[in-house]
Design a protein around this ligand. Structure first.
Ligand SMILES: *Cc1c(COP(=O)(O)O)cnc(C)c1O
Length: 834
């Protein structure tokens, strides 16, 4: 290189544009049109006249991105400059829903974009419909993560959401002959305009191998000698706050084969093996496990968990913290929130980083680690508590297993000091379980390591303290707390229900979107006939809108005058979709047996939305039964169209946004003590559906808030469930005692919904009559009585609408903004940065 020629790295920008901060395009229709056409021409490489809808959608998404970009870059720079505490939300799932509308709303661009596209001859609704939602989650847990990061951005809390960019998200559900068929969700097929890959910020993540000790200046240390690596490449998504100019980051990791890994095999001359190895590495982020609550202990799943957590911790330590940061101060800069046990392997990983890589003493590292994690438990079902076999964990992560053993040794010593040598207690509390196989109990590891442990509704947190984690709660009562879940009012009211939003804004002003308690102001209008009329008109319009959506996708409709009764949630025995079906079958039987004159029947449309885990046979039988009952009931002329069963396939966030605003009745009928919280219940109440529900999860709090007059309570309480279980649950007793129940069961068993074939639903009926851990038959009578109260209440439309208004008015507590405030006060102690 000739002398005096500066190298590239010495070049300093001198052009004025290069010195100025990034500027957003002008927030005007003209500015939007110009940028949109630029994106269409230069990014999509097409002219407006030759572009198709997908080009236009991608250009539109790119334009919205451009508007948010300046703020995003600014907030990222600020995050590394400032020493404020960051919430790192670690979640294996984010069920985001569509991005376009949400981002337009957050950036105040909805009207500008609509008009700008209209001036280009494009109807924005056509482009909206094109977006495939990233289904990177199964259900409630993943949707909760998405609501939380929305609220944190809206509250200007420095946050990074960390997760996995699955190439295939939750499967697409279709029905064939009434049975579920799963199809791959190729959500990236048409491009992914909302995320930005950053290969330069990739992390190398190791697996396998062995550990060894070595002498480090007279100190014996341990290091991990792994066997293979993958690259974790971050893809950043924008998480814009609502109208506050804040843009946080959701960083999702994708697995890519490392060069080193490739070369090693390649040099051995086996090209085919080398390519296969590449595929093997990339499998890690290939597919979301479609399970709801029964972890399968599969090796690839553990690989996924370690992969994203190790990448996230390394990313935070190396890229987010400033160079030379004093790691003893880590708890002042970060809290890693563990969304269920999926990210718990992060505990030994942080210990490994601090002790093995940074040379910290064990005790100092443990003190730091304990302050940096907090754990949210999401279940009460014992089978849902994740365990990893020691064999598998030791093979995949040998150093982590050693660290877990050492954590456990110290912990069990503490237990002995505290409670004496009670060997039974030691076994019960040990992080290592011995039965039925030697395993690591991840919930226990999280509880031991976490600064706080929270349940997700009052009842759930109480049951965690009293049952699931009772020994731990006795040891550390101050560790345990509750944060009742919430949902974002931006997506689930403002966007999903524009007409109700307009009515609320006209009545109360605009502030409710970020201060949902203001909905209380609607109480004063519950008795105002004019307001009631407008409220009822909104509900009716939402039903017609849903009817159009269903007509377009399935050719079904919702008839005027029908009560819309919805049960939308994952298919699981504990949620008891069977109880709902038994109600429908019973109502049908009453008509066709002539016990109730058809003209006396309140017209109702029963709407289900639910996916079953592909390996969950009983759940699939239930899906089949719902569809089979629907086919018979909907076609039977004796019913005169008064009962109708709809089961649109592929329930997801997008479909939820159409169904929820239209619903009259929200079915939350889990066996008491089984549903941790539920969030669907909150979304529906917030949109003016009345709940029929058990005293379970957040139903308890919903009922307390909306009042008994505006809620249909039924079924056993949690202590009653325990008592019946202890005494011995005999479903056959209920069958024999309740004639309506017997007739409904007999109708199914006789083949009335399976063309006379008695074998089809035999497993399901046998389960209900002899096994059913979730005691559907025990609550049937009480459920039917409650449904009669529903019919009676609906007959008085004025009173019903009043109750619906009061449900909206009193649901402000269920905003995820409030949930975030509770996490901040009780667990995170982080503050907003404006
Ligand atoms: C809210 C939501 C859930 C959770 O529903 P629950 O009734 O609480 O189980 C599941 N799936 C989707 C798509 C949701 O939006």
């Amino acid at each position: 290189m000739p002398e005096n020629t500066p190298s590239a790295s010495e070049l300093r920008p001198t052009h004025p544009l290069a010195l100025a901060p990034v500027a957003a395009p002008p927030a005007s229709v003209d500015g939007f049109v110009r940028r949109f056409l630029q994106n269409l021409n230069f990014d999509q490489g097409v002219a407006l006249s030759t572009s198709d809808d997908n080009d236009r959608y991608l250009a539109l998404a790119g334009t919205v991105r451009d508007y948010l970009m300046a703020r995003w870059l600014d907030d990222q720079a600020q995050q590394s400059r400032q020493q404020s505490k960051t919430v790192c939300y670690l979640s294996a799932e984010y069920l985001l829903g569509r991005q376009l509308d949400n981002n337009l709303l957050a950036a105040r661009l909805t009207e500008i974009a609509t008009e700008a596209l209209a001036q280009c001859g494009i109807d924005i609704d056509d482009l909206r419909a094109l977006e495939i939602e990233p289904g990177l989650g199964n259900g409630g847990l993943g949707r909760l993560a998405a609501c939380f990061i929305d609220s944190l951005a809206t509250m200007s809390i420095p946050t990074i959401g960390y997760g996995i960019r699955y190439e295939y998200g939750i499967f697409r559900q279709a029905f064939a002959d009434g049975q579920q068929v799963e199809q791959p969700d190729a959500w990236l097929r048409l491009g992914s305009p909302w995320d930005f890959p950053h290969p330069e910020a990739a992390q190398t993540i190791s697996f396998g191998g062995r550990t060894e000790t070595y002498d480090d200046d007279g100190v014996e240390r341990t290091r991990w000698v792994p066997e293979w690596n993958v690259l974790a490449v971050p893809y950043n998504m924008m998480v814009p706050g609502y109208h506050n100019g804040r843009v946080n980051t959701l960083r999702l990791w994708r697995a890519v084969a490392t060069n080193a890994f490739d070369l090693h095999t390649f040099n051995s001359g086996d090209y085919v093996a080398s390519v296969r190895a590449q595929t093997f590495a990339e499998n890690i982020s290939k597919v979301l496990y479609p399970e709801d609550s029964t972890p399968q202990g599969k090796e690839l799943r553990l690989q996924q968990q370690y992969f994203f957590v190790a990448a996230s911790i390394a990313d935070f330590v190396e890229h987010v913290l400033p160079d030379g940061f004093d790691l003893t101060k880590l708890p002042e800069r970060v809290i890693f929130q563990l969304n269920d046990t999926h990210p718990v392997i992060g505990v030994p990983e942080l210990m490994r980083v601090l002790v093995d890589e940074k040379g910290m003493e064990w005790d100092a590292a443990w003190a730091i680690t304990q302050k940096c994690f907090a754990y949210t438990c999401h279940t009460l079902l014992p089978e849902a508590l994740e365990v990893w076999s020691v064999d598998l964990l030791g093979r995949l992560l040998p150093r982590h297993l050693e660290i877990i053993y050492r954590i456990n040794d110290a912990f069990l010593l503490e237990v002995r000091e505290r409670f004496g040598d009670d060997e039974m207690l030691i076994r019960d509390m040990s992080i290592i379980g011995e039965h039925p196989f030697r395993s690591v109990r991840m919930a226990y590891l999280a509880t031991v390591a976490g600064s706080k442990v929270n349940g997700v509704a009052e009842l759930h947190s109480q049951l965690l303290r009293d049952n699931v984690l009772k020994d731990f709660a006795r040891m550390w009562p101050e560790k345990f707390t509750n944060v009742t879940n919430g949902v974002t009012p931006r997506r689930f009211l403002r966007l999903a229900n524009p007409e109700l939003s307009t009515l609320i804004t006209e009545t109360l002003g605009a502030g409710w979107t970020v201060d949902l308690e203001r909905l209380r102001g609607l109480e004063a209008y519950a008795d105002d006939p004019e307001f009631r009329e407008r409220f009822a008109a909104v509900k009716a319009a939402n039903k017609r809108r849903l009817s159009r959506v269903l007509a377009a996708r399935d050719g079904t409709t919702i008839d005027d005058g029908h009560l819309l009764d919805v049960m939308i949630k994952r298919l699981h025995e504990y949620k008891r979709q069977t109880l709902k079906v038994l109600h429908i079958v019973s109502a049908y039987d009453e008509i066709v047996s002539g016990r109730v004159p058809v003209e006396k029947v309140q017209p109702r449309t029963f709407l289900f939305g639910a996916k079953a885990a592909p390996g969950y046979a009983m759940a699939k039988h239930i899906i089949h039964l719902i569809n089979a009952v629907g086919e018979v009931v909907n076609a039977d002329p004796r019913v005169e169209g008064r009962l109708k069963v709809l089961y649109p396939s592929n329930y997801n966030v997008t479909l939820a946004e159409s169904i929820i605003p239209a619903a009259d009745l929200s079915e939350q009928i889990s066996l008491a003590g089984k549903e941790a919280s539920g969030t669907g219940n909150m979304k529906l109440a917030l949109n003016g559906a009345l709940t029929i529900g058990t005293d379970d999860g957040a139903n308890v709090e919903i009922r307390q808030l909306v009042g008994d007059d505006n809620f249909f309570l039924f079924g056993m309480s949690e202590p009653e469930v325990e008592a019946l279980w202890a005494e011995g649950y005999r479903p056959a007793d209920f069958y024999h005692e309740d004639e309506r129940l017997r007739r409904a069961i007999d109708l199914i068993a006789a083949g009335a919904f399976s063309g006379g074939d008695r074998s089809v639903f035999e497993p399901l009926i046998s389960n209900l009559l002899y096994d059913d851990r979730f005691m559907a038959l025990a609550d049937f009578g009480s459920y039917l009585d409650a449904q009669e109260r529903v019919d009676a209440a609906y007959a008085d439309q004025d009173a019903w609408v009043r109750s619906a208004i009061l449900n909206v008015a009193r649901s402000g507590f269920f905003s995820s903004d409030r949930a975030m405030r509770d996490y901040l006060d009780r667990i995170w102690h982080a503050t907003p940065v404006h």
